[in-house]
Design a protein around this ligand. Sequence first.
Ligand SMILES: [Ca+2]
Ligand SMILES: [Ca+2]
Length: 184
Amino acid sequence: MAINLLKGQRIDVGLSQVGIGLGWDPNEGTGFDFDLDASAFMLGENKKLPKEEFFVFYNNPKSPDGSIESSGDDLTGGNSDGDDETLTVDLGKVDSRIQEIVFTVTIHDAEGRRQNFGQVRNSFIRIYNANTNEEIAKYELEEDFSIETAVEFGRLYKRNGEWKFEAMGIGYKGGLQYFVDKYC
Ligand SMILES: [Ca+2]
Ligand SMILES: [Ca+2]
């Protein structure tokens, strides 16, 4: 059963393994392919990356502590009818400096290709418990962020040694560079 969290709603995830799934349908019309990207920013107490390698994205598919790993960069959405890109997170392995992990979804070269989420059919991002496959939260990008090109999906954050998830659901009209500027 899918649980759609309201913005700002928080839940405990404990020290489990979680997955971030990003899915969308390929472009069957004219124009460029849709290339959506799921990324993770692993932040210290100052809300910045302790070092660059804690930014997990298509050019850096694994974090230095081995806690986050990408399934790879899907360039078209043709990988699957479900999740086309997955980030797998093992919270037990997260570097002790990391206090927060922010997940984003962006459209590659959205400006050049003149694309937004509203054009990308069946696009979604979700977080689930990877041990039980139970879904924790999901956004329908096509519906919820139709005029946007980047979304801060949510964050895992540590409080008293426990990991919690907060659904953020903030849309932007920018690209991955916007988040890089914010967190690096
Ligand atoms: Ca991609
Ligand atoms: Ca797909």
